[in-house]
Design a protein around this ligand. Structure first.
Ligand SMILES: [Zn+2]
Length: 355
């Protein structure tokens, strides 16, 4: 036990902190560990828990918000912003009746560290060298960027998709199983998967990752985007389809969305990805260039704190937005077609499917 704490504090402080938070929040959280991810250390194997936390309503049709971090082990800041959110949430549950009332109306599912072995090793992929966000049995439409889009050449190269036999890695499969069972019976769901390492601005991406064509939820994406922009006009996020930046094979959210749409053809599920613009941190402090880790994570404590603070607003907004989806999502055909046209003008102004 003491040895485990020693190793966690050194190699995986995020998991150590998460377990401290779980001890404090036990009465408010439903905690499960659907998988353990093995990590060899000193001739033994440490089983790293894949934690799933649930809070709020247990009603079968409760709107559901899913927060995910640590899919890419090197992008520790994704997990850290979720831990910051959890810390605030648990504190508010001690004194704020408003947060209890809010949670009574929605279900919150949090998976803070999807890839604990990758995070332990400070690497993007899992322990088998597989990039979990390229691991779904799904090919992109058309050409993807060489390597970055996902490759099956070698696990020693980045962005390795895993074997072609259709079996996903334990971490990917567990994530898919947990999220499917939480959302496939729900008519209103949003997920937010927190990453870092692309661009200078914080982006909120929606699907598809593997297809440059507009996805079926684009009208609802526009409605959510405009809702956020009206509510927080001074915000700094860039809402857009991921495929405007690059396309990839095997995206787990594309995979989950397609299955959801087949189960709930009239439901609304918005799988979002927060891509924190870490290139700005590099630009502001060239010391980032000295360490691989620093391309994906802020190194200055003040910046780390600022980033943890900044995204609390987005998480709060999504809690309210998922709960009130019927009030802002386009419901009748005319409104939906209007939002669809607006979305095409905004994100695909030069494309053929505009007309
Ligand atoms: Zn990532």
């Amino acid at each position: 036990m003491i040895q485990r704490i020693y190793h966690l504090k050194r190699a995986l402080p995020e998991l150590y902190e998460l377990e401290r938070l779980l001890e404090r929040g036990r009465e408010h959280l439903r905690i499960s560990v659907p998988a353990h991810i093995p990590q060899p250390i000193d001739g033994q194997t440490l089983q790293l828990p894949f934690y799933v936390l649930e809070a709020g309503s247990r009603a079968p049709l409760a709107p559901t918000l899913v927060l995910v971090g640590g899919v890419h082990g090197i992008e520790r800041i994704g997990t850290q912003v979720i831990l910051a959110f959890l810390r605030t949430l648990l504190e508010r549950l001690q004194w704020d009746p408003a947060i209890h009332e809010q949670l009574a109306q929605l279900r919150l599912l949090v998976i803070p560290i999807v890839n604990p072995a990758g995070m332990w090793r400070n690497q993007r992929a899992n322990a088998h060298g597989v990039d979990l966000m390229r691991n779904a049995p799904l090919d992109a439409c058309g050409k993807t960027a060489w390597l970055v889009g996902g490759q099956r050449i070698s696990r020693h190269l980045p962005w390795y998709r895993g074997r072609k036999d259709g079996h996903m890695e334990l971490e990917s499969q567990t994530l898919v199983d947990v999220v499917s069972s939480a959302i496939f019976s729900q008519p209103h769901c949003i997920s937010l998967d927190c990453h870092s390492g692309f661009g200078v601005r914080d982006r909120v991406w929606f699907p598809y990752a593997g297809d440059t064509q507009p996805w079926p939820g684009i009208a609802e994406s526009l409605a959510l985007t405009e809702l956020f922009e009206r509510t927080y006009p001074s915000h700094n996020y860039l809402f857009e389809p991921q495929s405007l930046s690059y396309t990839t094979h095997g995206d787990l959210w594309d995979y989950l969305y397609r299955h959801y749409a087949s189960k709930q053809p009239n439901g609304i599920y918005l799988p979002l990805t927060l891509e924190m613009g870490s290139w700005l941190w590099v630009k502001k402090n060239p010391r980032h260039l000295l360490r691989y880790h620093s391309f994906f994570n802020p190194i200055m404590p003040h910046r780390q704190q600022r980033i943890q603070r900044r995204h609390l607003l987005l998480f709060d907004f999504l809690m309210s937005a998922v709960r009130s989806m019927p009030t802002w999502a386009p419901s009748d055909l005319q409104h939906k077609q209007h939002c669809h046209r607006q979305a095409l003008q905004r994100w695909y102004p030069h494309e053929a499917w505009q007309v």
